[in-house]
Design a protein around this ligand. Structure first.
Ligand SMILES: [Mn+2]
Length: 231
């Protein structure tokens, strides 16, 4: 059945503009977001002696500005925003004169905190999700369970020690910070690849795709997806 645009609460929910007033030509497009989804956002400010981070996250929004002082890392966080379809603005002023460790780890912590805050009690969410992402010859897989338990299982060997000026041993630290703060089980595997830029970017893309699916609302107003009753 093709739904009629006029039968929807806010006319046609499709983001494209239509000049017609008949049936919506994109019958498979999901209906307008429920109210509970529209509140799914968080603002995190974190200050330590090592980093100062401000983050705004909306689980459904336009990508914002990301500036950590590490251009390649910005490029990776932008992958999360763009392919996760998150509204993410993040600025970090970290002690890069020491090295990149605190900046990268703390950005992972803040993103995890923001996801957890935006999800609240997780009622009605999908919870489990996985995704593969290729980037040319590179292939990565991420599997996420928003379980309430922190765990990172990271299996990646990069062909170089850095991409741009980004130290690739810190990729693990980013996801460890995220998993700890989001209280999520995260499995990441780099399955194929030769080019270090491709290898890292495939990981971030697969993570973005899996996270977008895990946080999605399956059952608006529904139960917490756990036999325990809480996550
Ligand atoms: Mn790239």
């Amino acid at each position: 059945m093709v739904p009629d645009c006029d039968s929807r609460p806010a006319a046609c929910a499709h983001p494209l503009k239509f000049s017609h007033h008949g049936s919506c030509p994109v019958a498979s497009f999901p209906p307008a977001l429920p109210v509970s989804e529209q509140r799914r956002q968080a603002e995190i400010t974190r200050r330590t002696a090592e980093t100062a981070i401000d983050c705004q996250l909306s689980l459904a929004g336009e990508p914002g500005k990301i500036a950590t002082g590490i251009p390649f890392f910005d490029h990776m966080l932008d992958q999360i925003a763009r392919h996760g379809r998150f509204g993410l603005s993040l600025s970090c002023n970290g002690d890069l004169q020491v090295d990149q460790h605190h900046t990268v780890e703390d950005c992972g912590i803040v993103l995890g905190e923001a996801i957890a805050a935006a999800l609240g009690d997780k009622a009605g969410i999908v919870r489990f999700a996985s995704a593969y992402a290729p980037l040319d010859e590179a292939l990565a897989r991420s599997v996420i369970d928003l379980s309430g338990r922190a765990g990172l299982f990271f299996r990646a060997t990069f062909s170089r020690q850095s991409a741009g000026d980004f130290e690739l041993q810190l990729v693990r630290e980013f996801f460890q910070g995220f998993a700890n703060a989001a209280q999520a089980t995260v499995h990441i595997d780099l399955l194929e690849g030769n080019n270090a830029h491709h290898q890292v970017e495939a990981i971030f893309k697969s993570f973005a795709l899996a996270l977008a699916d895990a946080v999605a609302v399956r059952d608006p107003g529904g139960a917490v997806p756990s036999t325990k009753g809480s996550l």
